[in-house]
Design a protein around this ligand. Structure first.
Ligand code: SAM
Length: 233
């Protein structure tokens, strides 16, 4: 192609990239719920990192569209990122307290976006507390779609440890910040995913859909005794 003669319509207009990313994410959500419906995988949707309610609203809209009956769970401190000095959490944009949105504001945003109150449950608190086995509050049982958007290595590992036996064969696990990491060393969500599933006794990951410039998803496959296909890890 001769880029000098490229028509003006093909060139990006200011702000257009955000629409692109949003549509890609929206399509991912629909495809993820679609594969669950097609393969008859039931269970709940759990989102780790919910401020803004954008992904949460897209998830609800996609489930509603394709007829998946997942109840939605929103896990967030509602105070922004926790403090961390762990080098595996390093990223120039990730500092204590950023991305804070109160639980009330989150619920208000869901309401404004048309997400029915009975469709979801919020679980406030930092994961070190809210995902601990000691908590007596209601928690999801079987999770068929986990959307991990909590940025940090440590937060992602806490979410994965919580997910563990709650996941099921055929579930979708998505990592919003899979391609976001330190400029100097392995860190963030990708490192947590790699370590957690490297020798997991029950599950292995089958690469699924990549979206935007940042996100990657996998399908959970039971290890059982079947040999691993060449394309999973
Ligand atoms: C990128 S934002 C989520 C954005 C959201 N998914 C959206 O776009 O609609 C990351 C969120 O993760 C939450 N978070 C990160 N680590 C956490 C932890 N250890 N405990 C609780 N919340 C945490 C922060 O409070 C923040 O709201």
């Amino acid at each position: 192609m001769n880029y000098r003669t490229m028509s003006r319509e093909l060139a990006y207009q200011p702000g257009e990239q955000f629409r692109d990313e949003l549509l890609d994410l929206k399509a991912f959500m629909r495809r993820a719920f679609q594969v669950l419906v097609y393969n008859a995988i039931d269970g709940d949707y759990a989102e780790f990192g919910c401020c803004g309610a954008t992904t949460f609203t897209l998830a609800w809209g996609a489930a509603d569209l394709v007829g998946h009956k997942a109840h939605l769970w929103a896990f967030d401190s509602f105070e922004g990122l926790p403090s961390s000095t762990d080098p595996r959490d390093a990223h120039t944009g990730w500092t204590e307290g950023v991305m804070a949105m109160t639980e009330e504001a989150f619920i208000g945003r869901c309401q404004a976006n048309g997400v029915p109150e009975q469709a979801y449950t919020t679980v406030p608190g930092f994961y070190s507390e809210s995902l601990s086995s000691g908590s007596r509050d209601p928690r999801p049982g079987r999770i068929c779609f986990a959307y991990v958007d909590c940025d940090l290595y440590t937060s992602t590992l806490q979410a994965l440890e919580f997910l563990g036996d709650r996941l099921c064969h055929g579930a979708v696990v998505a990592f919003d910040d899979y391609y976001c990491f330190s400029e100097s060393h392995p860190s963030g969500e990708r490192l947590a995913v790699t370590e957690f599933f490297a020798n997991h006794e029950r599950w292995r990951l089958v690469p699924y859909i990549q979206w935007g410039w940042y996100g990657m998803s996998f399908i959970i496959e039971a290890r059982q005794s079947a040999p691993a296909p060449a394309f999973s890890w």
